[in-house]
Write a protein that binds this ligand. Structure first.
Ligand code: IMP
Length: 426
């Protein structure tokens, strides 16, 4: 049972890239299972910072094989740009190390345009998508009208499929949205060139994964986004269009549940959300602004300021269950230094009733009032601390309370962006 699944326990941006980098030292194969370049994973190693959107962060480790799984939607132009960037930073990018499933779906220029057009047409109820074409690409996948990455083996067929898709989208842009059409020739040429570049990376990733499992190798499934953005388990429609929870790893890569022995949930020491949708513990005033500044809470993918708020243990308990989490990595604990007190939501009030479970109904989650427990803050800079016992008493109390509320152990705590800024809790 050598598979570890890594999931975000909140609304994404929990610091999964950094945790994947930490787990990579005990990993032979690292696989992305869902989403596309809506994700943004930042990993700092010494002087170098790697900003990844599609490629698993295992690529930075020379002995790790990386997979882009069939559950993903891939913009070939963005993938080529990311491979060039990594190669420019001295990372070995070769078809021996990186494998793309032929069953993933392609994000075309049509999907990008539709994402923007649909968001604008939603007006005040916009989802706040990353506008990377994610929703429209998954919709085409489900409607069985998408373009498979496997088509890239024949760049001319691929270019024709992309062109046909653009022409279909042009009809919608003109007739439904009253927008100008996409001029197909430029993007199609770029897509053909990208197919030529990416075709050598296509491989039967499911077979490859099983061969590695049979050889006793260790696999890490790298999640993107977070539990509360999951298409089935988040608060619809303010979700992404893929399965970002543990179940998505099984379907997005093609193996059974008996292979999984560890589900690591990444939990930020406070909460953030980009885009619209319910966020019970959101802080809209000076405290939230302070968290945003201290935590540099601006999107890796879009640069948007993230909404910030106190840790929500109601949502965390939900995430533990939905994913079958076995342990937690707590990130960005250093950001909370300097607050006189800290709050954790341990329950909600809904229409005058006290509740301890996250409501299913989005409108109800919009209405809940958090019930807070208040803990003392700490003033010390903890970014240089490497042992649990060296943390200030108030910091330890905060960590222990989160662990008790989640009901599973916190295995690692990150106290800064650098790889070494971590405290192992054994
Ligand atoms: P989409 O995935 O671009 O369709 O966006 C749907 C929702 O998910 C929006 O609220 C986005 O802000 C959010 N989202 C998508 N990817 C990420 C991510 O990697 N981190 C945080 N939020 C994300």
């Amino acid at each position: 049972m050598p598979v570890t699944v890594l999931v975000g326990a909140q609304w994404g941006d929990e610091g999964k890239g950094r945790v994947a980098d930490w787990l990579a030292r005990d990993t032979d194969v690292m696989a992305r299972y869902a989403g596309g370049d809506n994700a943004g994973h930042t990993v700092s190693v010494g002087e170098q910072t790697f900003k990844l959107h599609l490629v698993p962060s295992g690529i930075i480790h020379p002995n790790v094989t990386c997979i882009l799984g069939s559950g993903m939607v891939i913009n070939p132009l963005r993938l080529v740009a990311e491979l060039d960037m990594l190669a420019g930073q001295g990372v070995d990018i070769s078809p021996e190390r990186l494998h793309i499933s032929p069953r993933a779906h392609v994000i075309t220029p049509g999907h990008l345009e539709l994402d923007g057009a649909e968001e604008r047409s939603r007006g005040g109820s916009a989802i706040g998508t990353t506008r990377r074409g994610i929703g429209p690409a998954y919709r085409d996948k489900a409607a069985r009208s998408g373009v498979l990455t496997g088509t890239m083996t024949d760049p001319d067929t691929f270019a024709a499929a992309v062109q046909a898709h653009i022409e279909r989208v042009n009809v919608l842009l003109r007739t439904v949205y009253g927008l100008p059409e996409i001029e197909p020739s430029d993007p199609v040429d770029a897509y053909r060139a990208a197919a030529e570049r990416l075709a050598p990376f296509l491989a039967d990733t499911t077979a490859l994964l099983h061969a590695r499992l049979e050889a006793g190798q260790r696999v890490l499934c790298e999640g993107a986004q977070g539990t509360l953005l999951d298409l089935d388990h988040g608060h619809y429609p303010y979700v992404t269009s893929s399965s970002s929870t543990t179940g998505g790893a099984l379907t997005g890569l093609g193996f059974g549940p008996h292979e999984v022995n560890r589900v690591v949930g990444v939990v930020k020491a406070y909460c953030t959300r980009v885009g619209n949708g319910p966020f019970p513990t959101e802080l809209t005033g000076a405290t939230g602004d302070r968290m945003r500044e201290a935590g540099a809470e601006f999107g890796t993918t879009t640069g948007r300021p993230r909404r910030c708020g106190w840790l929500d243990a109601v949502a965390l308990r939900y995430a533990v269950r939905v994913n079958g989490m076995t342990e937690i990595v707590l990130t960005k604990l250093d950001v909370l230094a300097g607050f006189s007190e800290l709050k954790i939501a341990t329950a909600y009030t809904l229409d005058g009733q006290s509740i301890t479970a996250l409501p299913v109904d989005t409108a109800q989650v919009e209405r809940v009032e958090p019930v807070y427990e208040t803990l003392p803050g700490w003033q010390e800079d903890i970014s240089g601390i490497r042992a649990l016992d060296d943390l200030p008493a108030a910091t330890r109390q905060y960590v222990e309370r989160i662990q008790a509320l989640a009901g599973i152990p916190i295995r690692l705590i990150s106290v800064g962006p650098e790889r070494s800024q971590a405290i192992l809790n054994t």
